[in-house]
Design a protein around this ligand. Structure first.
Ligand code: HEM
Length: 248
């Protein structure tokens, strides 16, 4: 009997543990996405800046031949993909199980008209979209790690038609990420302070600002890539040579 009770207690801890792992993987992915967007946005500064970042990721500075180790990009992408899958698998637990549940959920969102419930619904939709589009992007990064550069990336975006995928993914990932980080702060009571309600309002405002900033940054980067890709359309496959010689 005693062991049965202990067993029940042990079982009841599982959802809390799973929740913790979902939060932890979400936190790492959210912070990674901010860093990732800043690195990708180096294209706004110029082709040389993006080339520099791409070569830095390949640790070219460690390579005597100057060719770098693109396999490092694959390893990083495999690591992120693993976290991405774990995070998604843990998230699926909270998805509505059938059409009827989804309808009830939608009715609740409309009826309650409560900010945080609506944010949860946006996270559910964007998470669903990201699972498919993010997987395509990550699989490509794992299998083509050396195909990153001002021309290679721009050619992919324009000539290989990746821009619609990136556009939808950009909105999904930025909304999902910033809402997720906001929900983490609320859930675990970070920054609660003396007046949690006031803090929550502040966090909501901050979350909106961050979403807008990162979406604008991503759109600007996408426009710059597209401009380069259109200009480079008749030379697809040609790789970029930087105007500096320090890191080649
Ligand atoms: C280690 C893993 C990753 C690597 C190496 C990587 C690399 C890149 C690179 C090089 C680009 C520029 C375009 C291109 O070359 O095709 C890009 C763009 C993008 N990536 Fe990633 N990425 C990673 C993970 C992710 C994840 C997990 C997501 C979201 C699920 C994501 C979302 C995006 C989006 C939305 C863009 C378009 C950005 C824009 O210009 O607006 N990436 N990524």
């Amino acid at each position: 009997m005693e062991s049965l009770i202990q067993d029940t207690i042990r079982k009841s801890r599982v959802p809390a543990r799973l929740d913790f792992f979902q939060s932890a993987t979400g936190l790492i992915l959210g912070l990674f996405m901010w860093a990732h967007m800043c690195l990708v946005a180096s294209i706004i500064i110029g082709k040389d800046a993006f080339y520099f970042v791409a070569k830095l990721m390949e640790a070219t500075f460690l390579s005597p031949t100057g060719e770098g180790y693109p396999i490092l990009v694959s390893f990083a992408a495999i690591g992120i993909f693993t976290l991405f899958i774990i995070h998604a698998a843990l998230g699926v637990r909270k998805f509505p199980a059938n059409w009827r549940q989804l309808k009830i959920l939608k009715q609740h969102v409309i009826m309650l008209n409560h900010g945080d419930t609506t944010l949860w619904f946006i996270q559910f939709i964007t998470g669903f979209i990201m699972f498919f589009l993010g997987s395509v992007h990550l699989y490509f990064m794992i299998t083509h790690p050396s195909m990153i550069g001002p021309y290679a990336s721009a050619d992919r975006i324009i000539s290989e038609w990746f821009w619609p995928l990136y556009l939808v993914l950009l909105f999904s990932v930025e909304l999902h990420g910033t809402i997720g980080l906001y929900r983490l702060c609320v859930k675990w009571g970070w920054f609660d302070g003396k007046d949690p309600r006031k803090t929550r309002r502040k966090l909501q405002a901050f979350e909106k600002i961050l979403s807008v900033v990162f979406i604008l940054l991503g759109i600007t980067a996408l426009i710059v890539f597209s401009y380069i890709g259109i200009e480079h359309k008749d030379r697809v496959g040609q790789r970029y040579s930087p105007h500096y010689s320090a890191i080649k």
